[in-house]
Ligand binder design. Sequence first.
Ligand code: NAP
Ligand code: GDD
Length: 345
Amino acid sequence: MAKRCLITGITGQDGSYLAEWMLAKGYQVYGLVRRSSTLNFARIEHIQDRLTLLPGDLLDPASLIDAVKTAAPEEVYNLAAQSFVQTSWNQPVLTGEFTALGVTRLLEAVRLAAPEARFYQASSSEMFGKVKETPQTEETPFHPRSPYGVAKVYGHYITLNYRESYDLFACSGILFNHESPRRGLEFVTRKITDAAARIKLGLADELRLGNLDSQRDWGFAGDYVKAMWLMLQQATPDDFVVGTGRTTTVRYFVEQSFAALGMDLEWTGEGLREVGREQATGRAVVRIDERYFRPAEVNLLLSDPTKAKVGLGWTPEVSLEQLIEMMVRADLERLSPGSCGGPTE
Ligand code: NAP
Ligand code: GDD
């Protein structure tokens, strides 16, 4: 009989890749979806007939218990969260409800309705925040810099606590930034590749960004969901850092994105960069905008993924340059005349 898994956040970037991976592995895949006035299934449309979608919300314990009972899963992946760091300053309480207490609500549902199930928690490198050491490992102390980061630290420790208190097979993956053509448009990588494609096509002439100096360890989401699955296949539950071991600036990501579309970058002075189009039909500007700076920044993230490499046999397959190429090409294709468009690849 096919193994069963339940994925929260299945409509999100990671949820969609994980669902594809689990289907390919032969699992019966259940996904938790919350009610909204407009359907938001673009990322899973292509596999929707192979999924069983269950209604529920991280705010509502009864809905979580129902979903766990119905799915009767061997594996539960908790990917649902308010995941955008910037929003967490505007909605700190909501972020805490979803991203912190939501984990406890789901752990309780698992403890009550499927205590034998293996549980994966989507922890984050944002927990390292104002980093205490570089590179960051499973042993690096946390110093979160946003309400989102603080909420993830709670989620991380409550997962560990349920492992220790109830002997649940509960693991946290401390994942560094991972991106794809399915990344939300509000995150910096997708904002850049979408803008580069628009500028290339003459649909926009400006990209406004905040801190270009911040450094991230960016990988491909499709690689990272495999690490989630691998964690739940081990003999004992444990926590793992997942990243590429390479860090680059937002500025580098901008440069590579425009270069991938054959557009030259031209420096014009502090805080302002101009992008020359391949055919000079106008001027496209990358402009620094105060609105995109954060009250407290995470300046540098760099993983040491040795434990995942040795313990899980996991290595990322897509390089940063390949990722950028993949993202700009997908945005160009989506926005080109004759394409059916849509918010994702
Ligand atoms: P995402 O694209 O923003 O997806 C978030 C998912 O959570 C969506 O399916 C969303 O549903 C769902 N959700 C939000 N609030 C919910 C609620 N109250 N009840 C039920 N579902 C809810 O995020 P992602 O990039 O795939 O990330 C997946 C997880 O990994 C998140 O927990 C994120 O914090 C964490 N993480 C991500 C990264 C990264 O670089 N991507 C790195 C480390 C950790 P709707 O579609 O209805 O909005
Ligand atoms: N979003 C955004 N928009 N970020 C910008 C911009 C902009 O216009 N300009 C500069 N940045 C900088 C941010 O200040 C930050 O330093 C960096 O780009 C990355 O921002 P995001 O792409 O929004 O991602 P994040 O690193 O804050 O958070 C992501 O990664 C975490 C893992 O470290 C999210 O996916 C989190 O959910 C995840 O936990």
